[in-house]
Every structure is written in C-alpha cells, then in structure tokens.
Ligand binder design. Structure first.
Ligand code: UDP
Length: 329
C-alpha cells in the first residue's frame, strides 16, 4: 500500500492534517526537523526527524514508504522575521522546496499539495482576494512562498507534477478534542497572543492600528478553523488521486472579523478581562484581507463545519489552558 509523506507534520497545521489522514486510515510518514514542530504533535504516524532539503534522506523515505503523494507544510512562517532575515526564508521555504521537488522527480512522485499563503497577494486594494488577484507579496515570507508556487506551476506546465496550491488566510483554533494544538513559542498571531494573555502568560495585548478605514478602525481578517483547513487538504488529495487537474485555491470563509471582534470573543469565551493597549499600525499590515473562496467549494465540494468565531476561540483557549497547566509548577 502506498503512503503519503507530510513535511512539517509536527507543526501546527501539518499535525492537524496528519491526524485527519490517520483517522480515515491513510498511511502517513512525517518528515520534520523539529525546529518549530513538536514530536508529541505526531501522535499516530511515523516521524522521521530530518530536513526537507536533505535529498538522500528524503529520497530514502519516499522510496522505502512507497510514497505517491507529498503534502508540503515545512516552512518558516513568521513575517517580521522574514523581513529581518530574508535568506533564512528563501533558503528554507524556497530552496528546500526546490530540493523536495527534485526528490519527488527522482523517485517518481507526481502529486503534491502545497501550503501557500494569502501573503502572496500583498495588499490588494479591495481587501478581498480571489485566486486571480495580482500576486504582489510585500515581504520575503510571501515571496518565498510565491517562488515555490511558481516552480510548481512550471512543473505542472511541463507535465511533471500535478499539484494543488492552498493559499491559507488566517488559520486559527485547534483540535476540538484537545489532542493537538498550536504550541509555537514567541507567537505573534492575534488569536494565539490573545489566548496567551487570557491564561496569564502575557501581561497585555496590543491592537496594532485603530485608525484603519474599517467599521471599528481595526484590521479585518478571514479566520478559518484549522480543522476546516485540514479537511480541504484531504479533499485536495482525493481530487489529485482522481486525476483532477492542478488547482490553486484560496482557503478562507469569505468573510472577516476585526481585531476588536476577536478580542471581544476571547473575553466572552475565556471570561477574562483583557488588558488591551492601543498601538500604532504594524508596518505591512493591510486594513482588510478576506478570501474570495468560492473556488474551494466549487472545485472540491468543501463546506466549512466550524465557521463560528466563538468556536474557533473556544478550541484555541482550551489548548492554551492545557499548555498553561503543563508549564505551571
Ligand atoms: N494584531 C494585533 N495585535 C497582535 C497581533 C496582531 O492587533 O498582537 C492584528 C494585526 O495588525 C492584524 C490582525 O491582528 O490586523 C491579524 O494579524 P496576525 O498577525 O494574527 O495575522 P496576519 O494577518 O498578519 O497574518
């Protein structure tokens, strides 16, 4: 029987996808160098600790496990860090993807799902991006992902690879059963930071920008529950297995919430009164970024199951409480 190789399967999104794959009985092998992933996040699959750019290792895993599809999540994902250290991002995200693609070619793997990002759109004027919106990343993280997308499109055109590129908007929430979650240290993402503050790990929470041209002056994003995002990957895999054509798909719900709405939800769900500090805008933040996400529904028959901000927050809070209980003396 063939296996699926998941790169970055010990990370936040990858581990949720691995869990869903295993729940439906797929054979899965994870490769992760554990620089930002966690061994414990891989609960029910073989974990190979190593680098996606290590061709010898990757090709051995692909061959020994009879892999016929790769799901590629391994990447650095912190936008401000990518601005400070672009080569780290081009090295790990772009060059290592190139190496992985070469390993796929060398071992006959022709199906790949790629974890991309709304950051490839940069700051679209309307605040709503469909898949044909111009690709104008404004930071090295977004560019490193776009360069990988470009390689995939070129390989597809050459008839060498079938792929689905999934462009994530703001992924949030955790496994509703609390088995895995988002454990990233030094988090910068709004919901994670807010939950850390709610459990007392941080003294306050900043709002970056209260003077945007939005109804309450704060930034608006399209938050998608990680379980819905993971389900989209399983459908994308099925699509490729059924010899479907290569696709590029936005992953979001098609509507957004402001920073204040997210903070209100965290206060509601956690019962904590948050200490909120209003700060100036953060460089490079668009006022609004929402997915036009019809293509995902139309092409893969995907429907969201958790399109509910309080549910997203509840699952994130439950995980944060679990982490806090583990680390408290
Ligand atoms: N944000 C904020 N305080 C924080 C982190 C984020 O006000 O501590 C805002 C940010 O300006 C943006 C939204 O929350 O409007 C989502 O930011 P995040 O970093 O979570 O994701 P991004 O959309 O930048 O990928």
């Amino acid at each position: 029987m063939n296996s699926i190789m998941v790169t970055g399967g010990a990370g936040y999104i990858g581990s949720h996808v691995v869990q869903q794959l295993r729940e439906r009985g797929e054979r899965v092998v994870v490769i992760d160098n554990l620089t930002s992933g966690f061994r414990d996040a891989v609960r029910d699959a073989e974990l190979v600790v190593g680098d996606v750019g290590d061709r010898l290792l990757v090709e051995r895993v692909l061959t020994e496990h009879k892999v016929n599809a790769v799901l590629h999540f391994a990447a650095h994902t912190v936008v401000p860090e990518s601005v400070r250290d672009p080569l780290k991002y081009y090295g790990n995200n772009t060059c290592n993807t190139r190496s992985l693609l070469a390993s796929c070619a060398a071992t006959g793997v022709r199906r790949l799902l790629f974890s991309s990002t709304a950051a490839v759109y940069g700051m679209p004027a309307s605040g709503i991006a469909d898949e044909d919106t111009p690709l104008q990343p404004i930071n090295p993280y977004g560019m490193s992902k776009l360069m990988s997308e470009t390689m995939l499109r070129d390989l597809g055109a050459a008839g060498a690879m079938d792929y689905v590129i999934l462009r994530y908007f703001n992924v949030a929430g955790c496994d509703p059963h609390g088995r895995i979650g988002q454990s990233t240290p030094n988090a910068t993402l709004l919901l994670k930071v807010a939950c850390e503050h709610a459990v007392g790990k941080r003294p306050s929470l900043s709002i970056f920008g209260t003077d945007y041209d939005t109804p309450d002056g704060t930034g608006i994003r399209d938050y998608i529950h990680v379980e819905d995002l993971a389900a989209a990957h399983l459908r994308a895999l099925d699509h490729l297995r059924a010899d479907g054509e290569s696709l590029t798909l936005n992953c979001g719900y098609g509507h957004g919430y402001s920073v204040r709405e997210v903070i209100d939800a965290v206060q509601r769900v956690s019962g904590a009164a948050l200490n909120v500090i209003e700060q100036p805008r953060r460089a490079g933040d668009p006022p609004m970024l929402i997915a036009h996400a019809d293509r995902l529904r139309q092409r893969l028959g995907w429907e969201p199951r958790h399109d509910n901000l309080d549910f997203i927050v509840r699952t994130a809070m439950d995980w944060e409480r679990k982490l806090a209980a583990q680390t408290s003396p």
